[in-house]
Ligand binder design. Sequence first.
Ligand code: ATP
Ligand code: MG
Length: 375
Amino acid sequence: MHHVLVLGAGQLAQMMSLAGAPLNIKISAFDVVTNQIVHPLTQEILGTGLDTAIAQADVITAEFEHIPHDILYHCEKSGKLRPGAQAIKTGGDRRLEKKILDESGVESAKYYVIETKDDFEKAIQHVGIPMVLKTALGGYDGKGQWRLHTKADADAIWQEIQTSLESTQNQAVVAEAFIPFDREVSLVGARDQSGKTAIYSLSENIHTNGVLSLSTSLHDPELQNQAHTMFKAVADALNYTGVLALEFFDVSGNLLVNEIAPRVHNSGHWTQEGAETCQFENHLRAVCGLPLGCTKLLRPTSMINILGENTLPEAILDTDGCHVHWYGKEKRPGRKMGHINVCAENDEKRLKTLCSLAQILDKKSFPALHKLIEI
Ligand code: ATP
Ligand code: MG
């Protein structure tokens, strides 16, 4: 029996718990909002404080990168935190992300760090317009971002950035070149403490308004190789243990890293039914010091995010190859409420199922699915 304490009590901790059970890995979760230790599936408050939970755990890990730093360092002192505090912090701070990418020789969009109005002017010179501006700390699902399309909008955008800079201590904005990408892909993989890796097939990701809507396993050996090399460079530079995800822009077959996520990732949810061992199990194996599981792609699989909905037509459960995963969260507009994995023996059949789902699912909650049938 291994006991893992997960920092964060959302759907990722929940899915780790489900994947860990057959291996006798028990999960408890620390809710960073309420500071309570909770059961990851039922959200029942377990009543132990953080210190007792740290003492009882064999391993501590995180389900997201925006964990207060004092908590990260407190956990790290126990010697049980994997990946380490520095790797988690890096994924939560775009300045550190860019630094590690530069240091590992991995290409990403040209950038400039902004703290003052003068920096903003310099960023426009250095990076050019169009430009994407992202808060260094706290951004997710496209939040905390601005697009500067023309010089005429610069003053208005600066006003908003200034407010954001004043909102959080140690806040800054990273300006980066707008990349006219052909598509977005990501690579999810696990690295164990000895540096051995197990990598999944790339996924192709479709975002709508900055939020992932559809993610599909991709068979592209050349691109896979490129992504794998970049993954190794970043994971080694971070001395990483656990599952790590890299998001990329694909520009005419050349990959640029967009983001590093030091955790299991939404674009890896398809591995639950599409790969020999899912990302949640492999993360637990890596952090617990167990052998990594085979990451072989079993069949082409797409993951459809359920955004802002808490019911689905029953016909979905009656559709071959469809697997529904609810997170049990309270309904809010645009919120990630669950996902549907769609598997098929080949891409043609997978696409056919996606198109039939688009006929019965609402456009607002499933935007990428509807794009498929509009083409
Ligand atoms: P996540 O939920 O993945 O953590 P995030 O809020 O951290 O998202 P990013 O991944 O940086 O944000 O950006 C969200 C989306 O915005 C990207 O997936 C991409 O579609 C678009 N985007 C971000 N940066 C750029 C860029 N430099 N050029 C073009 N599009 C971009
Ligand atoms: Mg992203």
